[in-house]
Design a protein around this ligand. Structure first.
Ligand SMILES: Nc1ncnc2c1ncn2[C@@H]1O[C@H](COP(=O)(O)OP(=O)(O)OP(=O)(O)O)[C@@H](O)[C@H]1O
Length: 278
């Protein structure tokens, strides 16, 4: 009897990190989450999904060889533009000063989908740092992702803008599951309060209650790291914000498919069709 072929590894989950409002700490969070997960041996792909105003390379002080747009324009192997700032971590850089996804036609979007699927095959998890707001690229990445992580802060405008994003994701992209990270909070109580405030309106108007993954405290070390162009987890690993990010990373890692040989996750629906995901 011929040996059973070994089952294909389950596909790497895509996690979109977004926010209604800009400047809430989304990029710092995505970068440090990626580093924390890579630091425990998971192969992480961090995609700079802010296609018009790239930030991750700046936060890392990286020289980029090429960007997502170059890959889409010229074809070729997307691995050639990946940057590896740490073991197990690959960054797919974006460009700055170019129009958002609105300028990408349907062919570019399906090419982007192929590029992401191709790169995902080499990784355990893909984290996409999207632009802020509800622009076309934000919605596209969120519809493409398996999990939607939303960054909230105590600033009241962060709440109203987050509600706007959840509403579009729910009504137009049929998302029923949104996970919140409360950033720049004083304490856990404040984190629960802002999560509750969002949950009250989403439950009332959308019938959806986002879950709270956890919180990152307001910590001057985050700003110091951004200025130094050295990630927080390297610059100040023992600070409260760094510890909080590591805890969040551990929780996100529980989303990974457990092991080879288990039932694979259902195929990802087409982002362009506004696919429904679990
Ligand atoms: N937990 C925190 N404590 C203190 N400052 C923070 C914290 N998180 C982020 N910041 C600061 O907030 C600013 C914005 O952070 P960041 O660029 O990551 O936000 P963003 O949401 O990605 O912004 P944009 O939408 O413009 O890309 C930075 O100066 C960063 O240092």
């Amino acid at each position: 009897m011929s040996p059973k072929p070994s089952p294909a590894p389950p596909p790497a989950p895509f996690v979109a990190v977004s926010s209604g409002k800009g400047g809430v700490g989304k990029t710092s969070l995505a970068l440090n989450l990626a580093l924390a997960m890579a630091g425990v041996g998971r192969r992480i792909l961090l995609v700079d999904g802010d296609l018009g105003l790239a930030n991750i390379d700046v936060m890392l002080g990286l020289d980029v060889r090429g960007t997502i747009r170059d890959v889409l324009a010229a074809g070729g192997d997307p691995r050639e533009v990946l940057v590896t700032p740490a073991p197990n971590l690959a960054v797919l850089p974006a460009s700055s000063g170019v129009p958002d996804m609105a300028a990408l036609g349907p062919d570019d979007r399906s090419a982007l989908e192929e590029v992401l699927e191709d790169l995902a095959a080499d990784h355990d998890l893909v984290l996409v740092d999207t632009a802020a707001g509800i622009g076309p690229s934000v919605l596209w990445f969120n519809a493409f992702a398996d999990r939607n992580l939303l960054v909230l802060t105590p600033d009241p405008t962060s709440l109203t803008d987050a509600y706007a994003l959840v509403k579009v994701l729910c009504r137009e992209h049929h998302r029923r599951r949104v996970t919140v990270v409360a950033n720049m909070v004083r304490d856990d109580r404040e984190a629960r309060r802002i999560h509750d405030n969002l949950a009250r309106v989403t439950e009332r108007f959308l019938g959806l209650r986002p879950e709270l993954l956890g919180a990152v405290p307001r910590d001057p070390a985050v700003e110091r790291a951004v200025r130094a162009q050295v990630p927080l987890l390297r610059n100040d690993p023992d600070r409260p914000a760094a510890r909080a990010v590591r805890e969040l990373a551990e929780r996100i890692l529980t989303w990974l498919p457990r092991a080879r040989g288990q039932a694979p996750r259902p195929a990802r629906a087409h982002a362009r069709e506004g696919g429904h995901h679990p």
